[in-house]
Design a protein around this ligand. Structure first.
Ligand SMILES: Cc1ncc(C[n+]2csc(CCOP(=O)(O)OP(=O)(O)O)c2C)c(N)n1
Length: 279
């Protein structure tokens, strides 16, 4: 399917709004996962505001599911939930407080729209596979999208789930690897090189597609290709930039989970304003 300039512009505008919501949650001095939330934000915009079946009621049985296996980046989902009306702006401002609706990692009991408790890296693909197989057993055509970090691929359980998903022919499951090349403390290549990801997923029996994770046309085409692929699951390897959109943070492990200072925050606000104007 090809998408019009207008459709792409609309998504760019939504992504700018979501990045605005992201920084609104983490004002100066408040620690948050800026880097890994902004690297996946364009994919989040394409998923929730174009590709997935999403409803006003986050529990609507017809919905597609999105599981953030890289649960620390859940602020990206919260940014989308605010626009979908699942949470309020007040909720955003109270993120990561004990009595708040929005915890630092995904909590399905307290946050509408969250499908699974994650945060201990490596588990989300197994959970997503379980959901996908359950839906298939029920004859339900809903699909499951699982967002995984490239550093998270160091976890062996991911590969166990990958092997099982291919063996079960779970074509209603899509893994999206946020390949931002940086993990919590250093470059992924330095901590534990993950190798050639497309070939690796293919060797595990998956359909695999590599895209620029900040190019909406490529994101949407890959999601459509995943939907069209029958008999095996699809892995979308999204080449992204950690901290995307916030120049002082881009590509830096220091902003994996950090607090912005006043000056950085002012710059972030200015950058979001520019993104919105240019969208
Ligand atoms: C099992 C487990 N080990 C360690 C951590 C701590 N931790 C949180 S985020 C992170 C780095 C993840 O890197 P990556 O998957 O590349 O995430 P991204 O760069 O996309 O934020 C680590 C080690 C954790 N949450 N779970």
């Amino acid at each position: 399917m090809s998408y019009s300039e207008q459709e792409i512009r609309d998504l760019r505008r939504i992504a700018a709004t979501l990045r605005g919501n992201l920084i609104e949650m983490i004002p100066p001095g408040k620690v948050g996962h800026l880097g890994g939330s902004s690297s996946i934000m364009d994919v989040v915009a394409a998923l929730y505001f174009r590709h997935m079946k999403v409803f006003a009621d986050p529990k609507d049985a017809r919905r597609d599911r999105c599981v953030f296996s890289k649960g620390h980046a859940v602020l990206a989902q919260y940014a989308a939930f605010a626009e979908l009306g699942y949470v309020t702006r007040e909720d955003l401002h109270r993120v990561k407080t004990l009595d708040g609706t929005l915890q630092g990692h995904p909590d399905m009991d307290h946050t509408p729209g969250i499908e699974a408790v994650t945060g201990s890296l490596g588990q989300g693909l197994s959970v997503s596979l379980g959901m996908a197989l359950g839906l298939r057993l029920d004859g339900d055509d809903a699909r499951v999208f699982c967002v995984i970090g490239d550093g998270e691929l160091d976890e062996g359980q991911i590969w166990e789930a990958a092997m099982a998903a291919a063996a079960y022919g779970a074509d209603n499951l899509v893994a999206i690897v946020d390949s931002n090349k940086v993990q919590a403390t250093d470059a992924t290549e330095k901590v534990l090189p993950v190798g050639r990801l497309k070939q690796k997923w293919e060797a595990f029996g998956w359909n695999a597609v590599e895209i620029d994770g900040h190019d909406f046309a490529q994101i949407l085409d890959a999601l459509d290709a995943a939907k069209a692929c029958k008999g095996r699951p699809t892995a979308i390897i999204a080449d992204t930039v950690k901290g995307k959109g916030f120049d002082f943070a881009e590509g830096k492990a220091a902003y994996h989970n950090a607090a912005m200072n006043e000056e950085e925050y002012a710059r972030a606000v200015e950058l979001v304003k520019k993104m919105k104007e240019e969208a």
